[in-house]
Design a protein around this ligand. Structure first.
Ligand code: UDP
Length: 329
């Protein structure tokens, strides 16, 4: 009998890669998603797998799973700044109520659970690089507060279920990640720049481009998550690639990669946009024996090939989500 895994946010970018990994490892995977930001096309290649099933459900409501479960991976949440600005209440609910439901399910099924936290718990960090013992610098009422505070609450309630109920919990703090199946229009910098290059538009740098990020290729991230889930560490662990780059230099890399000779143009920096971000991954190295293996040059090439292979009309779609029914008119 194969072990059973529930993956929330299954039709999203990370969720779909996790489903694939767990199916390939021989688990029986139940993928769950309400498709507000996820897309069934991300799971197309798994739909005929005998050990994969999909359930359309909003996990902010009570979750019913009839069978036993060995593991839960809680990855449901809008995750890009433009998404959580458009659906702030759903973002808060899935991080809080959704996490509560997942933890309750883990307790009822005696399953181990890993929750997707984020470098956003560090906010606009005053410590660099960010270590897990840094408490962060978050504006609770700023535009990112709905995501950041939901994720901070998520960590708190996850730890409470561990200490109070003895649930086996894991917390992964995910730094900027990229790869195939990101939504072209999710607003994040990599799909934004590649989409602009492919449409022949100038690349939009927010602010002066001196802010930094550290980008991890999705396969490396999935490996880190897998190892953390199988480890015995209940405390938060950073998983990301420490190779830091300014957004200005990143734009140059994309222009070189795409060979498109686009110019860059400058736009206003969004409010509370973190100035720098780089994971300290000493803990992941020590506890999980994990380091990222795919450098940016290779990861960007794979990702660019994916975006290039999409039908041309995808490049011009305004929205790639199902917000309509959730947005208050
Ligand atoms: N950014 C940019 N141009 C864009 C989209 C994003 O310069 O078209 C910047 C954004 O202001 C931020 C960085 O790129 O400083 C990374 O943004 P992203 O939304 O990808 O992730 P996050 O800010 O959550 O790390």
């Amino acid at each position: 009998m194969s072990k059973k895994v529930l993956i929330t946010g299954a039709a999203g970018f990370l969720g779909s890669h996790l489903c694939e990994r767990f199916v390939n490892e021989g688990f029986h995977v139940i993928g769950m998603d309400n498709l507000i930001t996820g897309r069934m096309s991300n799971l197309e290649h798994l739909k005929n797998e005998a050990n994969f099933e999909f359930v359309n459900h909003d996990i902010s409501e009570h979750i019913d799973v009839e069978t036993g479960l060995d593991y839960i991976l809680h990855f449901a949440s809008p995750a890009s700044p433009i998404d959580y600005l458009k659906i702030p209440i759903q973002t808060l609910k899935v991080g809080s109520l959704g996490t509560h439901n997942c933890l309750g399910l883990a307790k009822a099924k005696n399953a181990r659970i890993i929750v997707a936290s984020t470098s956003e718990v560090y906010g606009d960090p005053t410590v660099h690089p960010q270590t897990e013992d840094y408490w962060g610098n978050v504006n609770p009422v700023g535009p990112r507060g709905v995501y950041d505070e939901a994720k901070r609450f998520q960590e708190a309630i996850t730890m409470a279920y561990h200490t109070y109920h003895g649930v086996e919990t894991r917390i992964v703090r995910i730094f900027n990640t990229y790869g195939p199946r990101m939504r072209l229009n999710d607003g994040r910098v990599l799909p934004a720049f590649i989409g602009q290059a492919l449409r022949g538009e100038d690349l939009t740098i927010f602010g002066d481009g001196s802010q930094t990020r550290s980008f991890c290729f999705v396969d490396d991230l999935v490996e880190g998550i897998y190892r953390l889930l199988m480890s015995d560490c209940p405390n938060p662990v950073n998983v990301g690639n420490p190779d830091e780059i300014s957004i200005g230099d990143f734009a140059e890399e994309i222009i070189k990669l795409t060979g498109t000779n686009q110019k860059v143009i400058y736009k206003d920096l969004p409010v509370n946009d973190p100035k720098q971000r780089q994971p300290d991954i000493s803990k992941a190295i020590e506890l999980l024996g994990w380091t990222p293996k795919i450098d940016r040059a290779e990861g960007l090439r794979i990702t660019y090939d994916y975006f290039r292979s999409l039908p041309e009309e995808e490049l011009y779609k305004k929205e790639h989500n199902n917000f309509e029914k959730y947005i208050k008119k």
